[in-house]
Design a protein. Structure first.
Length: 156
């Protein structure tokens, strides 16, 4: 069911063998998911919740690098690490998600980088907005390996 004017995303999972599925996106890309061997799989692909963390990291990466490019920040390397703690009982969901932004380059402005991260976290990244409904998201920013402070409140 599509709401008038709404963007519709499409994914379909097709069983391959055991616990392995090929998940096809409407854009034509396919990703393999599978369970660990001890969970009945053959470990031929990522776990679904790993992909969820990857979606969060990818979404915020796209936002932040776009913003930093517009700010003319001389980024040489950029990476976001996403780690999650799950609840102990079923359904096991993310309780806390830690995002670590690692930015390298000469002449980077820490305030601009913190602002770009806050814009992604609170205004642009839809994956972050969805996951924040279920889990605490904690953020660290490292510039050339040194931790920097970030904006304490959401960006309006």
């Amino acid at each position: 069911m599509k709401t008038e004017g709404a963007l519709t995303l499409y994914m379909a999972a097709e069983w391959k063998d055991g616990m392995a599925f090929d998940v096809a996106a409407g854009s034509g890309h396919t990703v393999r998911i599978d369970a660990r061997v001890e969970g009945g799989g053959a470990d031929t692909g990522a776990r679904p919740k790993e992909l969820l963390l990857g979606a969060l990291a990818g979404c915020t990466c796209m936002d932040v690098i776009s913003i930093l490019t517009k700010m003319r920040q001389p980024v040489r390397a950029f990476r976001v690490r996403a780690e999650a703690e799950e609840t102990d009982t079923h359904p096991k969901v993310f309780r806390v998600i830690d995002l670590t932004y690692e930015v390298d380059g000469e002449g980077l402005d820490a305030e601009r980088i913190a602002h770009a991260v806050a814009l992604s976290e609170w205004r642009y990244c839809g994956v972050s907005a969805m996951l924040r409904q279920a889990a605490e998201i904690r953020v660290r920013i490292l510039i050339n390996g040194a931790e920097v402070p970030q904006e304490p409140a959401p960006v309006a």
